[in-house]
Design a binder for this molecule. Structure first.
Ligand SMILES: Cc1cc2nc3c(=O)[nH]c(=O)nc-3n(C[C@H](O)[C@H](O)[C@H](O)COP(=O)(O)OP(=O)(O)OC[C@H]3O[C@@H](n4cnc5c(N)ncnc54)[C@H](O)[C@@H]3O)c2cc1C
Length: 291
């Protein structure tokens, strides 16, 4: 694990709800995986020049003793080259990262760590379905760009409004379906969308690879469908919660749980050998607790 300092080189809006920032960064090496993500470390006060970067510590990082913690958020590397990276930020109300990106100026600095990728398409797959909201769009488009041109790729993306559509015609094998819903402005329809998209494709063989990213609670049904109902092996799909709706209320409810409830939740991880089953049980319990 390494920690890097990155400096804004340019900024522009891809749409009213997505802002791309290009950063100069020395020594950063991309994994080459389409959904690779990093932790970004932001200024801890309104002073954009005051950065308290953590230091690398084995596979993780730690705040320097006596220094304030830098607020940390997770973002996808949309594109990486020699000495630069690009990140697409969703513009939404509230949030340290979104507000910082909206005001970002050339010369502003942040920190980031080494990247990790999760997308793992089996080598014999001939088609894939990418399902996401706006937060997953940067990763989904990069996945499509990096995939073999013979790979049939269907992208179903939930956007807050029609102005969020992007021109993706530079990826010829990509079939895109835009749906206005979710993204914190309306209930997500991703569970219904995922069922429909998968049902249409499973008739054919071999099975498509399915990659899903978006608002965490909206994805729970999708994980259950793929794992419990369809009994797909977990090598055939990836379902990744990218953000929590009304995170402040979620945190308040979590903090209000008593210690025994929290330890029963923790114990669920060890109760199942199958880690997907453990995650489903954990998420079902969270849902029962209103989380
Ligand atoms: C692996 C991974 C990759 C990601 N890649 C990207 C990426 O490339 N681009 C990107 O924009 N996001 C990405 N995200 C999501 C991003 O980390 C979250 O949206 C994060 O919460 C934003 O931080 P914030 O400081 O702006 O808001 P927070 O301080 O976390 O939240 C403030 C408020 O905003 C709400 N909120 C947070 N995110 C959203 C949203 N997207 N829409 C509406 N309301 C929201 C919260 O519920 C809360 O009420 C990724 C997440 C993961 C796990």
């Amino acid at each position: 694990m390494e920690i890097f300092e990155a400096t804004v080189q340019s900024t522009h809006h891809l749409s009213p709800t997505l802002k791309r920032l290009r950063f100069g960064v020395h020594g950063f090496t991309s994994t080459g995986i389409g959904d690779e993500y990093v932790r970004l470390f932001f200024p801890h006060t309104k002073d954009r020049n005051l950065l308290s970067l953590p230091v690398a510590d084995g596979d993780s990082w730690r705040t320097v003793e006596g220094q304030p913690d830098a607020p940390m958020r997770t973002y996808t590397i949309r594109e990486a080259g020699d000495g630069w990276i690009e990140i697409d930020f969703v513009v939404h109300d509230g949030g340290i990262a979104a507000a910082w990106a909206l005001d970002a100026q050339v010369g502003d600095r942040i920190g980031l760590n080494s990247p990790t990728g999760l997308y793992e398409c089996p080598p014999d797959a001939t088609s894939q379905v990418l399902i996401c909201d706006l937060t997953g769009l940067p990763a989904a488009v990069r996945i499509a760009e990096l995939s073999d041109a013979r790979m049939r790729t269907e992208l179903v993306v939930e956007i807050p409004d029609d102005s969020s559509r992007l021109d993706l015609s530079h990826v010829p094998q990509l079939v895109v379906q835009w749906i206005v819903a979710g993204n914190g402005v309306a209930p997500s329809v991703l569970p219904q969308v995922a069922r429909k998209a998968v049902e249409q494709l499973v008739d054919g063989e071999p099975r498509p690879y399915v990659w899903v990213a978006g608002q965490s609670a909206a994805l729970r049904e999708i994980r259950k469908m793929l794992h419990r109902e369809l009994r797909w092996p977990n090598t055939q799909y990836k379902v990744i919660g990218y953000w929590v709706e009304q995170a402040e209320k979620w945190r308040e409810r979590w903090d209000a749980l008593d210690a025994s409830t929290k330890s029963s939740l923790d114990a669920l991880w060890d109760s199942f050998e199958d880690k997907d089953e453990a995650l489903i049980a954990y998420e079902s319990e969270l849902a029962r607790l209103g989380l």
